[in-house]
Design a protein around this ligand. Structure first.
Ligand code: HEC
Ligand code: HEC
Length: 229
């Protein structure tokens, strides 16, 4: 049996010991905050994006860092998952990306506002969340970087950023649309150009969106697609 004074000594020593450990851990956590939240990367553009995020109550439908509503996809790592170009195309006109099926609001953002929202989402994605969200989002297509090196030679940037969300090449990419291997054996350049300019005009009701490509983007895509024999 411990005497009363021994017990008190034991209590005091243990308390002091645990307090020190706790203090040490706290200091360690606080030291990591700047690195984890990478506050230095918070630019005025990121803050503007944050304002737009709050003003439009995006959290009424989406979660970020696990907070918000569960109606729409979790957006913490969305920039990594989708790529900036896909996001900008989508935010400019959510409906065009997925005609007739989508429930995401078109906010008619200006280009500058879209850049700010994407910068904010990119900043959120850069926070070290210890691996959160843990599960891959199964609703999302594979990341644009999933296309094999064979299929990327001379590939227009636009393809890797947008088209690959729905099409595969060499077995990698999305499966919303057909694989584009050997597409040059199925179409002429004129047909491809007309298709990319306005898929609905060629095949009404098709799930291929009008991506509102600029003339030079279309030209570059067609030239490259015609090399896929
Ligand atoms: C009324 C609900 C609603 C609100 C409010 C909303 N969204 Fe969405 N959002 C959706 C839905 C639903 C989707 C899934 C795609 C679809 O069905 O259109 C989506 C998809 C997205 C995506 C693509 C996610 C992915 O993984 O494909 C992004 C990015 C996005 N929203 C950003 C925003 C931003 C930024 C705001 C605020 C400015 C916002 N959303 C407000 C409903 C909403
Ligand atoms: C949101 C998904 C989606 C995106 C993004 C998309 N496509 Fe498609 N694409 C489709 C679907 C679905 C079809 C099949 C159309 C049909 O038969 O109704 C298709 C068909 C095609 C075809 C015809 C393929 C064949 O074998 O018949 C080509 C070529 C094509 N897309 C090129 C592109 C290019 C280039 C881009 C990027 C600029 C792109 N697509 C972006 C969904 C998409």
């Amino acid at each position: 049996m411990l005497s009363k004074s021994q017990a008190r000594l034991f209590f005091l020593t243990a308390t002091a010991g645990f307090s020190l450990v706790f203090l040490g851990l706290t200091v360690d956590s606080i030291r990591q905050v700047p690195a984890r939240s990478h506050a230095d990367a918070m630019t005025p553009e990121v803050l503007h994006g944050r304002e737009l995020w709050d003003d439009h109550n995006c959290m009424g439908c989406h979660t970020i860092l696990g907070e918000g509503a569960y109606y729409a996809p979790e957006l913490t790592k969305v920039v990594e998952r989708r790529g900036e170009a896909w996001l900008k195309t989508f935010l400019r006109d959510p409906e065009a990306m997925f005609p007739g099926q989508r429930k995401m609001v078109n906010y008619h953002f200006t280009d500058e506002e879209i850049d700010a929202v994407v910068a904010f989402l990119g900043w959120i994605g850069g926070i070290d969340t210890n691996g959160f969200p843990a599960e891959p989002d199964l609703r999302a297509p594979p990341p644009a970087t999933a296309v094999s090196a064979v299929a990327t030679a001379g590939r227009p940037e636009k393809f890797g950023q947008v088209c690959v969300a729905c099409h595969s090449l060499g077995g990698q990419g999305g499966n919303v649309g057909p694989a584009l291997d050997h597409v040059a054996t199925r179409y002429t350049a004129e047909k491809l150009d007309a298709w990319l300019a306005n898929p609905q005009a060629i095949k009404p009701g098709t799930a291929m969106p009008d991506l509102k490509l600029a003339g030079n983007e279309r030209e570059e895509l067609v030239r490259w697609l015609m090399t896929l024999h």
